[in-house]
Design a protein around this ligand. Structure first.
Ligand code: GDP
Ligand code: MG
Length: 174
């Protein structure tokens, strides 16, 4: 019917896992190594065309630092989708991601679509010894928790569009 559905999406995860880089890759098709850390949160929008539907993502890119944690509910409370990011080269960031998922499943919308995203896959492609989180382990956790799952690289662009397309696909039509 040609109408764009707006989808509020929040990014969560430890700082430096690549949340802002993923959003900038998706929205601006660019990547840069030396970005300033996000303060508070940044807001960006991007349209996604999918079969006969157009989805307009309204994206809140939050700061990962603990001192901003108390602000997070403001961003996820009315979100229809969440992307929870970890860094495949740092297993502690997966633990943090799991605690975000728990918080979302307790406090966010019942029907929120959550994607678990293991970022920086390019580092493991260069040197498999860099990898601390095995794909199968994260995938098994995502399956049992009913999450979409992708490994991405904001640097190479691998799978970045797929995350948002899969979310768009899973958002219920009103
Ligand atoms: P945020 O704090 O989660 O928003 O993380 P940033 O997007 O600010 O990224 C933190 C650091 O990781 C920066 O130096 C990025 O250049 C780097 N980075 C982000 N994504 C990737 C990626 O896919 N691959 C690699 N190798 N580095 C990345
Ligand atoms: Mg950031």
């Amino acid at each position: 019917n040609g109408k764009a559905a707006n989808v509020k999406l929040v990014l969560l995860g430890e700082s430096a896992v690549g949340k802002s880089s993923l959003v900038l890759r998706f929205v601006n098709r660019e990547y840069s190594e030396n970005r300033e850390p996000t303060i508070g949160a940044a807001f960006l929008t991007q349209k996604c065309h999918l079969n006969d539907r157009t989805i307009k993502f309204e994206i809140w890119d939050t700061a990962g630092q603990e001192r901003f944690h108390s602000l997070a509910p403001m961003y996820y409370r009315c979100a229809q989708a969440a992307v929870v990011v970890y860094d495949i080269t740092k297993s502690a960031t997966l633990e943090k991601a799991k605690s975000w998922v728990k918080e979302l499943q307790r406090q966010a919308n019942q029907d929120i679509v959550i994607a678990l995203v293991g970022n920086k896959s390019d580092l493991a492609e260069e040197d498999e010894a860099e990898r601390q989180v095995q794909t199968e382990d994260a995938k098994a956790y995502a399956d049992e928790s009913d999450l979409l799952f992708f490994e991405t690289s904001a640097k190479s662009a691998q799978n970045v569009d797929s995350v948002f397309a899969a979310i768009a696909e899973k958002i219920p039509l009103e």
